[in-house]
Ligand binder design. Structure first.
Ligand code: PEP
Length: 252
């Protein structure tokens, strides 16, 4: 059985005060949530604070990005080893905003995934099609390209330390989520691909989150689909009540 996993991607939002208020409010709300993995992913500057605030709770902390080298002349970048050293469990890699605003390619994403795994982090590997790709019937083609290139060179054993997040780009931050049926169909496709590439044991075990305008009122419909194992939540993760409601929907 796959334990559901709900992660909050705060994106470029937060301040010292807001980090404290949000996490303080969240802790009691999810304390008795049951069998579910929970993470918050603040901007780098607030990772240490989030780690201190979540100490002795079952909320884990992730980073939103990392580079693919260990150290050196990469101004403005943070290595996976640094993310791990700080105390993070997860790192989001290949988020659509990094692909489409910051120009990250499948090849860069693959390097980051490999390096993050080597550093002992759990990558949350994001994939998803653009609206016009969906409208042209190219969703599966895009997903296949992203997983083939993104997971190139990975071994079966690596896959137990990796989470996939299917996030249709047209649903991110738009308030327009995929229907449970649309999301389930792509999740099934990803699981079939995993089966062909890594075998049934991996395909059955890898957690595939859905992301894209997940809110308390649509979470249950999405998270009760057979192949959806949790959510990567953007906007709604900045509201402790909303995020906690999504966590609860994932458990049920
Ligand atoms: C995200 O940032 O990964 C995301 C899914 O954002 P939102 O929930 O705001 O659509």
């Amino acid at each position: 059985m796959r334990i559901p996993f709900v992660a909050g991607n705060w994106k470029m939002n937060a301040s010292v005060k807001e980090t404290e208020a949000l996490i303080h409010k969240l802790i009691p709300l999810v304390k008795d949530a049951g069998k579910v993995d929970i993470a918050v992913c603040p901007p780098f500057l607030y990772v240490n604070q989030a780690l201190a605030l979540t100490k002795n709770t079952h909320i884990r902390v992730g980073a939103q990005n990392c580079w693919f080298e260990s150290s050196g002349a990469f101004t403005g970048e943070v290595s996976p080893e640094m993310v791990k050293d700080a105390g993070c469990t997860y790192v989001i890699i290949g988020h659509s905003e990094r692909r489409h605003i910051l120009g990250e390619t499948d090849e860069i994403i693959n390097k980051k995934i490999r390096k993050a795994l080597a550093a002992g982090l759990v990558p949350i590997f994001c994939i998803g099609e653009l609206l016009d790709e969906r409208e042209q019937g190219k969703t599966e083609q895009v997903i296949e390209r992203q997983v083939t290139r993104g997971l190139e060179g990975l071994a079966e054993a690596d896959m137990s330390h990796l989470v996939i997040a299917y996030e249709p780009v047209w649903a991110i931050g738009t308030g327009r989520n995929a229907t449970p049926e649309q999301a389930q169909a792509v999740h099934r496709y990803i699981r079939e691909w995993l089966k062909n590439r890594f075998g049934s044991a991996v395909s059955d075990a890898v957690r595939i989150q859905y992301g894209g305008s997940v809110k308390p009122d649509n979470a249950k419909g999405l998270l009760t689909q057979t192949d959806i194992d949790g959510a990567l939540v953007g906007g709604a993760s900045l509201n402790a009540d909303h995020f906690a409601a999504i966590v609860k929907a994932a458990v049920s």
